[in-house]
Design a protein around this ligand. Structure first.
Ligand SMILES: [Zn+2]
Length: 299
């Protein structure tokens, strides 16, 4: 989320609790980018049991297994029915989604989670800070974009399991590992898992946003009223660069050309496989943070 986007409508409500359908929609968020972001995309395979089920500008990833599936992120409130339709189009059942995890608890990645939890009955898991944001339906005072005007509220996620650094959430033979990458939000989390095709198993990284966006007078350098988080932000970037990473998928697909890679895929060549993907993503983030800090310090 970049809160410079003008938010026109910020109300949300929970309208039902029937497991098996996201038809009980939550009130959409309207922002400058929302219509473009939420454009439907035909779901596609990334590698092995890893599937893209998100929309044009907001990723949602399904990792499938024989004892249920794991869904990463839920897009906007209005993305939930699109994600559910994408899961169905691939031949999977929303009821088999047993776990939903979140990259960061801004409304463009977490807004659909409440509806998707109602539709699936899945456990929702998030970092301590993200869990608080999901349960309250908005971000906290320690979020760099907390002071955005107007403050956006989305449907609250009633129950959230709290996960910590390095924790592996298992679902039968599949599982995802949480890597805390605070900076863009205090609870930002990057998730990793392994996907196999035959004997060829690759490390997949679902990379959280590492963009230093802020609203109000928040300063990453601590130059304002907010604490200095520049070191922990830089550490998150270094951590992402050092992950075992054969495939990177970013929370906004455009950051790592996810849609373009799918279009360029052939039987002989899978463009998602890129040993340098995480390092390139981290290098770009590092450059943005350096620029941002220099700008703050020059003020
Ligand atoms: Zn965000």
């Amino acid at each position: 989320m970049k809160m410079a986007a003008k938010v026109l409508l910020a109300m949300a409500s929970v309208m039902g609790s029937t497991v098996g359908s996201a038809q009980a929609h939550d009130v959409p968020v309207n922002c400058d980018n929302c219509v473009q972001w939420n454009k439907p995309v035909k779901p596609f395979n990334v590698y092995g049991n890893t599937w893209y089920v998100g929309v044009d500008g907001l990723s949602a990833i399904l990792v499938t297994g024989p004892q249920g599936h794991i869904l990463l992120d839920g897009g906007l409130p209005q993305s939930a029915p699109v994600i559910e339709a994408n899961i169905k189009a691939l031949g999977f059942r929303i009821q088999d989604v047993k776990l939903i995890v979140n990259s960061h608890a801004h409304w463009d990645h977490a807004g659909g989670i409440a509806a998707l939890q109602r539709a699936s009955g899945a456990v929702v898991a998030a970092s301590p800070s993200a869990a608080l944001a999901l349960q309250s339906g908005t971000n906290g005072a320690d979020d760099p974009q907390y002071q955005a005007d107007p403050v956006v509220h989305v449907a609250k996620v009633s129950k959230v399991k709290v996960v910590h650094e390095g924790e592996i959430l298992k679902l039968g033979p599949i599982g995802v590992t949480a890597h805390m990458t605070p900076g863009h939000t205090p609870g930002g989390t990057t998730w990793t898992w392994t996907s196999c095709e035959g004997n060829s198993c690759l490390n997949v990284v679902y990379a959280d946003s590492l963009n230093p966006y802020a609203s109000g007078d928040f300063k990453f350098s601590g130059k304002g009223k907010t604490p200095d988080i520049s070191a922990s932000f830089a550490a998150s970037i270094a951590k992402l660069a050092a992950l075992k990473c054969d495939i990177i998928i970013s929370v906004h697909p455009g950051f790592t050309d996810v849609i373009e890679k799918a279009a360029a895929r052939t039987a002989a060549h899978n463009p998602f496989i890129d040993a340098n993907g995480c390092r390139a993503y981290a290098a770009d983030a590092s450059e943005r943070l350096t620029k941002r800090l220099a700008q703050e310090r020059s003020q």
